[in-house]
Design a protein around this ligand. Structure first.
Ligand SMILES: Cc1cc2nc3c(=O)[nH]c(=O)nc-3n(C[C@H](O)[C@H](O)[C@H](O)COP(=O)(O)OP(=O)(O)OC[C@H]3O[C@@H](n4cnc5c(N)ncnc54)[C@H](O)[C@@H]3O)c2cc1C
Length: 486
């Protein structure tokens, strides 16, 4: 079964009566067709989209941007759109790197940034109820003032919203301690395509049938629009400790990460950089593989964690050298600096990152084989990597590639596509999964059916049940056939 958007092509204009109903719903000032607003809604951080924009092309624009201010308004907008078969693409921070918020079928871009209230901070039950359009900094500033934290720190902390974190199934840099976004969720409020609202009961745990809340985690706005969430809180950390080492080989460093995770301790951050990335980020020799460790929490726990890590690392003998723990300070200072991307693209370089996950037994081989394969794609300049997240069973490797395929737009597209095809097939053949935390959007849409197998039909059936007219973020997750490449 394939879900099809019932609108044949991109919806480039909205009938007057529908515009009137949208204006009645959210107020006329929150319905806009201004060129700058349409162009803003038609752009995110998908690097190929940035290449296109830099070359003066923005292929997907909405017909209108609608800015609801409450869950009820979101639901009403969906009801209007559903009745008129108009596509709705939710967006907020537009920091997605897979093209997920691009309105590839036009229609309504639903701007969720007015849902910006932190509704309740409960430091007894360690729970915050927050609207979907709240960005990282105001959320954490409010929480830290109360002595608590969610602990979700993606590199895009300043750029992304709570709803986007959940919709993309994100992972923060301190996730070893605080968990990924799905671990943080206690409850969810979602507006559905038919205009109704589903609220799950925020409880520490419930055995009340399948976990409906998690259906929307990673759905990228294709199944419903997240309007608010209840997230777990932690006491803000009182102490921290920082350590750094470098390993002879990336594989040795991965093995150390594996053993650290087996100790049962959870240092907030353990990251391993391959030689070129170590040199790039920390100025270490480009054959050494730097590992940084940050432990935070209360003093006794931090002491235990660091002792456990040191014991593991000592087992690597001559293959490891202690590095200045100032490397962690360097990382903390520069970790969210992403200013270079647009400048790099302007120089004609095609660049992107590809994060994947695999069991420990397969990860080192996947790293080596994928890197070699991407370096083998014509026009590739670099393919480097770091391991950014670790578990007892495996970890995430995060590749960065860059190439100069020439000025021609078609050549850039072909190069980009070729690298992704190469990397995805290597990762799958090696026994890994195609995404760890950036999600699917457009860029991975054509790989999802193979990745999910029969699960893709289940997902399609769920989509059909919740959104029979296919109005919600059409073209994403490969649910109505891959949109890119055409
Ligand atoms: C420099 C940089 C670094 C990054 N680092 C990380 C990282 O460390 N970890 C990580 O996980 N990600 C990272 N990302 C990716 C991105 O920031 C995340 O995917 C983020 O969660 C997207 O949130 P957003 O508010 O920007 O969503 P948008 O980009 O606006 O939307 C992304 C997708 O979610 C959907 N969506 C947005 N809001 C809602 C909602 N309320 N309800 C339903 N669907 C919705 C959109 O339709 C779209 O499909 C990074 C991105 C950049 C540019």
């Amino acid at each position: 079964m394939q879900v099809r958007v019932t609108t044949a092509d991109a919806v480039k204009s909205i009938p007057e009566d529908v515009t009137r109903r949208l204006e009645e719903t959210v107020g006329p000032t929150h319905v806009t067709t201004a060129d700058t607003d349409l162009r803003e809604a038609g752009a995110d951080w998908w690097p190929l989209g940035i290449v296109w924009q830099t070359d003066g092309d923005q292929p997907s624009l909405p017909a209108v941007v609608v800015r609801p201010g409450s869950a009820d308004e979101v639901a009403s907008v969906l009801a209007v759109a559903n009745a008129s078969l108009i596509p709705v693409t939710p967006f907020a921070g537009r920091s997605g790197v897979c093209g997920g918020s691009l309105p590839v079928r036009g229609g309504i871009s639903l701007d969720l940034r007015r849902l910006d209230r932190i509704i309740e901070v409960d430091s007894t039950d360690l729970m915050v109820h927050v609207e979907a359009g709240v960005f990282g900094p105001p959320l954490e500033d409010t929480l830290r003032a109360e002595g608590v934290t969610v602990g979700h720190y993606p590199q895009s902390f300043d750029l992304a919203t709570v709803g986007g974190w959940i919709a993309c199934r994100g992972a923060g840099q301190l996730s070893n301690r605080y968990g990924k976004i799905e671990d943080m969720l206690l409850g969810l409020e979602v507006a559905l395509a038919n205009g109704s609202i589903m609220r799950t009961n925020p409880q520490p745990r419930a055995a009340t049938g399948p976990d409906l809340m998690r259906l929307f985690v990673g759905a990228e706005g294709t199944l419903g629009v997240i309007t608010s969430a209840w997230l777990k809180l932690w006491p803000a950390p009182a102490a921290d400790a920082r350590r750094a080492w470098s390993f002879d080989t990336f594989a040795d460093g991965l093995e150390a990460m594996r053993r650290i995770m087996r100790t049962g301790t959870r240092p907030a951050c353990v990251r391993l950089y391959d030689g070129p990335e170590s040199a790039r980020h920390f100025g270490t020799g480009d054959t050494r593989n730097a590992m940084i460790v940050l432990s935070e929490g209360d003093a006794a726990q931090v002491e235990l964690e660091i002792a456990a890590v040191e014991e593991v690392v000592a087992g690597f003998g001559a293959a490891v050298s202690p590095e200045d723990s100032g490397l962690v300070d360097v990382w903390l200072e520069h970790r969210n600096d992403v200013s270079a991307l647009h400048e790099v693209v302007e120089r004609g370089i095609v660049v992107d990152t590809i994060e994947i996950a695999a069991p420990w037994s397969k990860l080192a081989a996947i790293y080596e084989e994928t890197q070699a394969a991407v370096l083998g794609v014509d026009a590739t300049l670099i393919c480097t990597a770091h391991a950014s997240h670790a578990y007892k069973s495996g970890g995430c490797v995060y590749f960065t590639f860059a190439g100069v395929p020439g000025d021609d737009r078609a050549a850039k597209d072909a190069y980009y596509r070729s690298v992704w095809d190469t990397a995805m097939s290597r990762v799958r053949a090696g026994g890994g999964t195609i995404s760890h935390h950036h999600g699917i959007g457009l860029v991975r849409a054509r790989f999802l059916r193979e990745e999910l197998g029969a699960g893709f039909d289940v997902l399609t059936a769920v989509k059909h049940a919740l959104d029979p007219n296919g109005i919600l973020n059409p073209g994403k997750l490969g649910l109505d056939g891959p949109v890119w490449p055409a």
